[in-house]
Design a binder for this molecule. Sequence first.
Ligand code: AMP
Length: 190
Amino acid sequence: MMRLVLLGPPGAGKGTQAERLAKKFGVPQISTGDILREARAKGTSLGQQAEAYMKSGALVPDEVVVGIVRERLQEMDCETGYILDGFPRSVAQAKALEQTLVELGQELSAVVSIDVSEDELTRRLLVRKREDDNETVIRKRLKVYTQQTAPVVDYYRSQSLLKKIDGIGSIDEIFERIVKAGDFSNNGHS
Ligand code: AMP
């Protein structure tokens, strides 16, 4: 069973690693960023609600994302586990997740935090340049990370669930570090 939370600042490579882990271990990647972007693209009411926050690099309100994740975790494909990518992003979200897991009778298998220095992040984010990635937004997202999401790392550390890994290296190297840190090597399909 793999119920993994991947933490790390924007630009740490969470999305890339979550996608690979999902493929290798046959569990869904649950990215709140992807879900919100899709809602935006479709122009649903969720998308409209999220629009202004996402544009500025701020967090979408906790109740909104908590509701998304709570529903998503109850879908069938989550029965054998999942990878949470980009959630929780605040201590309030982490606590809401804990409550949801209690309700579902589940426990996380690990929380892995990908460590990358701020200088390296700024460099990577400027190279990546998604449409929502101009320099002002990038700085805002890093600030939001430091102020609202970094405390989530401390929260999981205090619960002894946290494994930190070095986020500098090749995609393969970092992948192996995550598998090792979470002790997932026996869960794979291949
Ligand atoms: P991401 O692709 O994970 O970087 O997310 C892109 C944007 O979606 C973020 O800058 C936030 O505006 C919003 N978002 C994604 N996940 C969350 C979350 N867990 N809580 C609040 N906002 C989120």
